[in-house]
Design a protein around this ligand. Structure first.
Ligand SMILES: NC(=O)c1ccc[n+]([C@@H]2O[C@H](COP(=O)([O-])OP(=O)(O)OC[C@H]3O[C@@H](n4cnc5c(N)ncnc54)[C@H](O)[C@@H]3O)[C@@H](O)[C@H]2O)c1
Ligand SMILES: C[C@@H](CO)CCC[C@@H](C)[C@H]1CC[C@H]2[C@@H]3[C@H](O)C=C4C[C@@H](O)CC[C@]4(C)[C@H]3CC[C@]12C
Length: 369
């Protein structure tokens, strides 16, 4: 008992800790980081599920705050040993303005970096995204690439632009002296499309399928591969990186790592059917039912309607020119950098990841099961 009390000395802060990924990171830290004394969870919106965490041996501190407010971030970071910065505005549907996306994702990240420097916090893990690399605006495929694969990363959409800028800030901050004179050690994790319990877009597809009488209609060719990774494995990578950053600062500082596991390479829609199929949905068509030019036209129409209706209401359907381009461009990773640098192995097998996700869909309100 005395040993474990002595070992529990670290204070972690997770920004965005109430989001889809953030909640998994929080729960994973509590399960798998024995050195934790206090876990601070910082988010714009705090979830009620946090209450159940407060009865355990680790002090759980919920902080309602906004990453764009430097003083709120500074107060949350003060005294923390490690910051895991997952907070972000994930918007590829035109819900938020480009300015707001920039403010949250870029200025928010700058605030986190400055807070670490001022507070003397030495370890910062940033949740980046595959979109920092691609797909690019030219629609070039990225086929089973790794962190060193040459690729023309050019973006126009506010979300990938903001993630790329924020990632650069984090990597450039590696080595800066924090209060007390020690160097800041940073790194960035780049998940591909995350899936698993709590995934809002999976929920949207499921409900859309139910509304369409248990059917979804194929829009993307089955040959287009889209990288996916299970949320539990992404969370586990964050926990491992945070743990190893101190011991392997010279190797890991300033590095980027794609998040990967054993999830199969498939098209976005075929991959979703791995979970939605067993829950009673059917994907109609072995080839896209509509020609590509018509989808491009519908996506452009949606963008126009969004613009026209903006003064009256928010029209933000799943299909727009950007989401169509992403879904239609092969982007998959094949790498072992995380295994080589910090011993990462996926914690959840593909079978486990699939079963857990199916159970979650089945438990959803309105489920056909
Ligand atoms: N979902 C994916 O497929 C995916 C893939 C790659 C990278 N990412 C990255 O992972 C991170 C988490 O994404 P997610 O899918 O869990 O999204 P999410 O929207 O579920 O979670 C983001 C969290 O950040 C919080 N947040 C937003 N603005 C904030 C602000 N101004 N101040 C404080 N908190 C704020 C939100 O309240 C939310 O809880 C993001 O940085 C995202 O860019 C996500
Ligand atoms: C053409 C439609 C017919 O069914 C399908 C549209 C699917 C899109 C809504 C999604 C296809 C690829 C997704 C993105 C990808 O998985 C990676 C992402 C990175 C991450 O940082 C944020 C989420 C996302 C942009 C994700 C969003 C939804 C898609 C564009």
């Amino acid at each position: 008992m005395a040993d474990s009390a002595q070992a529990q000395k670290l204070v972690y802060l997770v920004t965005g800790g109430c989001g889809f990924l953030g909640e998994h990171v929080v729960r994973m830290l509590l399960q798998r980081e024995p050195r934790l004394r206090e876990l601070r969870i910082f988010d714009l919106h705090l979830g009620p599920w946090l209450e159940e965490l407060k009865t355990g041996p680790v002090q759980v501190t919920a902080i309602q705050g906004d990453v764009t407010q430097a003083h709120e971030v500074a107060a949350a970071v003060a005294g923390a040993h490690v910051v895991i910065h997952t907070a972000g505005l994930v918007d590829v549907f035109g819900r938020a303005s480009p300015e707001t996306i920039h403010e949250v994702n870029v200025q928010g990240t700058q605030n986190v970096i400055e807070a670490c420097v001022q507070a003397g916090t030495q370890f910062l893990v940033y949740t980046s995204s595959m979109e920092v690399v691609g797909p690019n605006i030219k629609g070039h495929p990225f086929y089973r690439g790794n962190e060193d694969t040459p690729y023309e990363a050019i973006h126009r959409h506010p979300y990938p632009c903001s993630k790329a800028l924020a990632e650069r800030l984090v990597l450039e901050a590696n080595g800066r002296k924090v209060r007390g004179g020690l160097p800041l050690v940073t790194c960035a994790l780049r998940p591909t499309g995350i899936y698993g319990e709590g995934h809002q877009i999976m929920r949207d597809f499921y409900h859309q399928g139910l509304r369409l009488g248990g059917r979804l209609f194929r829009a993307v060719p089955a040959s287009v591969e889209h990288g996916r990774v299970y949320v539990g494995n992404v969370a586990w990578m964050h926990v491992l990186v945070a743990r190893e950053l101190e011991q392997r600062a010279a190797l890991m500082g300033g590095q980027v790592y794609f998040c990967y596991d054993k999830s199969p390479y498939k098209s976005y829609e075929d991959f979703n059917m791995e979970f939605l199929g067993p829950c009673g949905l059917r994907l109609v068509g072995t080839r896209p039912l509509l020609p590509y030019w018509l989808l491009v036209f519908l996506a452009a129409l949606n963008a126009l309607l969004q613009w026209l209706l903006r003064p009256l209401l928010l029209y933000a359907p799943l299909l727009n020119p950007y989401t169509l381009a992403v879904a239609n461009t092969t982007f998959t990773v094949s790498t072992n950098k995380a295994q080589r640098h910090f011993g990462y192995e996926p914690l959840f097998s593909w079978e486990d990841s699939r079963t857990r996700t199916i159970r979650w869909v089945q438990a959803m309100e309105g489920s056909v099961q």
